[in-house]
Design a protein around this ligand. Structure first.
Ligand code: FAD
Length: 465
């Protein structure tokens, strides 16, 4: 099913488009890599669509000529997931936000979550997406294609971002524009959410919104012991008054090796009682209080600063991201923590843990670990960032070897599953294992919605099929 990238000329048969189709070097080079900065694939052309019709017309054109197509959001994946040497569709130009009901919004797939969060908060009553990623400068289409873990909002009492989608508009690999939902076209709907762009390009999404609280109070608790940290983590995620929890882990020898961040969202008329929020938690605590949006954009501020001062976009980022079963996270972290060095993080990196309540995750994708009796699964990220923009490429290779070793052990020993936003070398056989019992259905969906295998070649899921 792999498409041949042939050398067919682009000079005949091009459709009339509302948006732009660009062939010049600047446009092609600007989308030739991603946030990881290692995989490089220069496309032959770049589409900046202005309508689903543009996407459909160009997919039809490419399909007839065996040209591969990759949708691109912000390309904040790190191993070439959004790259192709065929046609790149830059979805950012699909940027409309329309509030269609009291608690629903229809957005173009190129809308950034931060723009949606800001627009929703301005509504009366104030609204918010129920799940927001830690960094919100990511596109709706990009995170819905991966899963969308609640890095700053959601996770304890919500599913993933894909679990809060009401309807999608998708252009399939046959060039057909489809509306799909759990009720109509559910095969396509399921295959596209968390489906790594394999079965269609999302052009619009109808998303659920929920009432937003005005403020956020975050309790940061520091630890030097793995068991004490996990005791408190498990208490915090089960505590009804706490709305969000994530954790940072630092290499051994740091003054604090684990930090728990627990946040309560509230309206000023119901300010949290600090003592009951932290009751029984042993870590040394600092409290930070802010408006809801300042809280939501707190990671964005850090990244913006690194963009301005450290050349963030050009630094190598060999990221390792896995789902660990709920019962195993403590043992797994205890195993890998002693081996973490300052090189594993670099001056701008982070090791992060995100809890996700399992019963609120509904779809077949993204893949989660097999149930282990725990109510929880955890995403663990080692977000390694190189020190300077001149860092040797061998650093990336070394880190890819590290990621491969870590993942083989995590999968073999703990039943971990890749969260495929980062940089782990994966063969077609690895992908088959990754999808597990869902593989036949995923393969069938690919054959149905992208029969010529032109979409999203980056991860190599169907290589050799
Ligand atoms: C600082 C930082 C913090 C992050 N925090 C979180 C977090 O809290 N939770 C989390 O889940 N992730 C997080 N991520 C990872 C992020 O979710 C993924 O990298 C996500 O894919 C990025 O969105 P994007 O717009 O850059 O997508 P891209 O990287 O552009 O695309 C991702 C994949 O989806 C495909 N795709 C893109 N748009 C479409 C579309 N419209 N239709 C079909 N396929 C499409 C691409 O071809 C590619 O395969 C973080 C990343 C960074 C850099």
């Amino acid at each position: 099913m792999t498409a041949r990238a042939d050398t067919t000329t682009w000079s005949t048969g091009l459709p009339v488009l509302k948006g732009d189709l660009l062939f010049h070097d600047d446009a092609r080079r600007s989308v030739a890599t991603d946030l990881g900065n290692v995989v490089r694939r220069e496309p032959q052309a770049v589409l900046r669509p202005r309508s689903p019709g543009d996407v459909a017309a160009m997919i039809t054109f490419c399909r007839e000529r065996g040209i591969t197509v990759a949708a691109r959001g912000q390309a904040h994946t790190t191993n070439g997931q959004a790259l192709t040497d065929g046609l790149v569709i830059e979805c950012r130009s699909l940027d409309e936000i329309n509030f269609t009901g009291p608690y629903t919004v229809e957005v173009g797939s190129g809308v950034l979550w931060k723009d949606l969060a800001a627009a929703a908060f301005e509504r009366t009553p104030r609204l918010t997406p129920p799940v927001l990623t830690g960094y919100t400068g990511l596109t709706v289409g990009g995170t819905l294609s991966m899963g969308g873990v609640g890095g700053i909002v959601g996770g304890l009492r919500t599913g993933l971002q894909v679990d809060h989608v009401r309807e999608l508009e998708v252009v399939t690999g046959t060039g057909s524009v489809e509306r799909c939902s759990p009720e109509h076209g559910s095969d396509l709907f399921k295959a596209v959410l968390g489906g790594l762009g394999q079965c269609g390009v999302i052009t619009k999404a109808v998303l659920a919104l929920v009432p937003a609280k005005e403020r956020a109070r975050t309790y940061a608790l520091d630890y030097t012991s793995n068991p004490a940290f996990f005791r408190d983590l498990r208490t915090a995620i089960a505590r009804p008054g706490i709305d969000h929890v994530y954790a940072e882990v630092y290499p051994p020898g740091a003054p604090a090796t684990h930090r728990l961040l627990a946040t309560v969202l509230y309206d000023p008329s119901h300010a949290p009682d600090d003592r009951s929020v932290t009751e029984g938690l042993s870590g040394e605590t600092t409290v930070e209080d802010s408006t809801y949006l300042d809280y939501v954009f707190s990671i964005d501020l850090l990244i913006d600063e690194l963009r301005a001062t450290a050349g963030w976009d050009r630094l190598l980022k060999p990221w390792y991201d896995v789902w660990i079963p709920g019962e195993s996270i403590e043992e797994y972290l205890a195993e890998i923590h002693p081996s973490l060095t300052s090189e594993d993080l670099g001056p701008y990196g982070a090791v992060l843990i995100y809890p996700q309540r399992r019963d609120l995750v509904g779809g077949p994708y993204p893949r989660l670990p097999e149930p282990d009796g725990s109510d929880w699964a955890f995403v663990l990220d080692i977000n390694t960032v190189a020190e300077t923009v001149d860092t040797d490429r061998r650093f990336f290779d070394r880190m890819l070897d590290r990621n491969g070793g870590l993942f083989a052990r995590a999968r073999g020993e703990y039943g971990a599953v890749l969260y495929p936003i980062g940089s782990v070398r994966f063969t077609a056989e690895d992908w088959r294992e990754h999808f597990g019992q869902a593989w036949p259905a995923f393969r069938r969906a690919k054959a149905c919605f992208d029969p010529d295998g032109i979409l999203a070649p980056g991860p190599g899921i169907f290589d050799g099929s």
